[in-house]
Design a protein around this ligand. Sequence first.
Ligand SMILES: [Zn+2]
Length: 119
Amino acid sequence: MGDKKLREGLNIRFKLWYIYIKPRMKNKVNIKKICKICQKEFIPNKFHPHQEVCLNPLCQHKRELINQRKWREANPDYFKYKEKKSLWEQKRAKYLELWRKTHKDYFKLLRQKKSANKS
Ligand SMILES: [Zn+2]
């Protein structure tokens, strides 16, 4: 009895897969797209169905450049790291100064330990 039910369940699953999923899989594999850059037809990689540029290295290079430009437009401050670094260093210097002032005993101990090691 249980076996029959199981087989029916499997049958239904297979039918569902056959009716709904298989044709869509076929369509996805066979869909041809037009490259955004060279305007030629290509079949996208089945693992990257949303690919918009063909595999021609020239097109890929152009796509990278476009992506980089977009990214730079979205993150305009990213390549100003020199200014950022100096700001960060300023903050860090202030922080270290404060830390040294509040932890004077630590340096005393350190010096004592060093001199103890030497002798
Ligand atoms: Zn192309």
